[in-house]
Design a protein around this ligand. Sequence first.
Ligand SMILES: [Zn+2]
Length: 112
Amino acid sequence: MQQTCLNCGMSFNEDMRYCPKCDNSLDLQHDGSTITVDIAHQGERVNEALAKMQSEINLARKGVSKRIRLVVGSGLIRDEVMLVLRDLEFRGDIIDFEAEPFNAGAVLVRLK
Ligand SMILES: [Zn+2]
């Protein structure tokens, strides 16, 4: 899969972390967008929802979105997601996260 440097427009392979042309850190580049992913409303068990969240976050970190919005519902999945996100924040895999204002069933995760 090819990606494009948002700084200079150079195309490169998705596994590169720095632009080969302008040396910009590609991990820090984002286009300000938010991806929404529902991980709780297709009958997922807690561990299935957490696995889905992890793979969506891994995928999104390679892309150019600034945030991922996780629709988590209001039950056990939400509680577990909060615990895992705290861990990811501690490890530096995400920048931070917060319950969406006025909608406790969604969590906004800042990736970049
Ligand atoms: Zn570049």
